[in-house]
Design a protein around this ligand. Structure first.
Ligand code: SME
Length: 137
């Protein structure tokens, strides 16, 4: 089946679906490695606009996942010292890397206004989403 939608439109649709259907997902977005620079660039997202459209590798939760290649679940953002705050309403965050041919090329980033809302079910579900996303990039 062919589609006239662009990749960014499809990614935005995924953000909209996740944000609208899952009550504890309040900001949903994608960051991708920015060319050959050691930084992430914000892609499609849903939620409050953020100033953090570029995040250096190693900085914040997202930047740490860019170098660790591992899921990062933060039950309480206030307890993190290497954290980039986007909104004072955010209590928790989950970041799951996206792999293409074994390479970490970006991530899905989800903020929650609910404290400690993310379970292993969120991790497994979002890993599945990221695997599907990898196939449309
Ligand atoms: N909190 C993230 C920054 C991105 S915003 O959540 C949209 C971090 O610490 O990397």
């Amino acid at each position: 089946i062919s589609s006239t939608k662009t990749v960014d439109e499809r990614l935005k649709n995924i953000c909209e679906l996740l944000e609208s259907e899952i009550p504890h997902y309040n900001w949903v977005g994608f960051y991708f490695k920015n060319g050959d620079k050691n930084e992430l660039k914000l892609g499609p997202y849903v939620g409050e606009p953020t100033d953090h459209t570029i995040i250096p590798f190693g900085k914040g939760i997202c930047g740490q996942v860019a170098v660790s290649n591992k899921n990062f679940v933060v039950p309480d953002v206030a307890a993190q010292d290497n954290y980039i705050a986007c909104s004072i309403t955010v209590k928790a965050e989950i970041v799951i890397p996206i792999f293409v041919n074994g390479e970490n090329i970006g991530q899905i980033d989800i903020d929650s206004n609910t404290p400690d809302p993310f379970t292993e079910a969120d991790e497994r579900f979002l890993e599945f989403v990221c695997e599907k996303v990898a196939t449309i990039l």
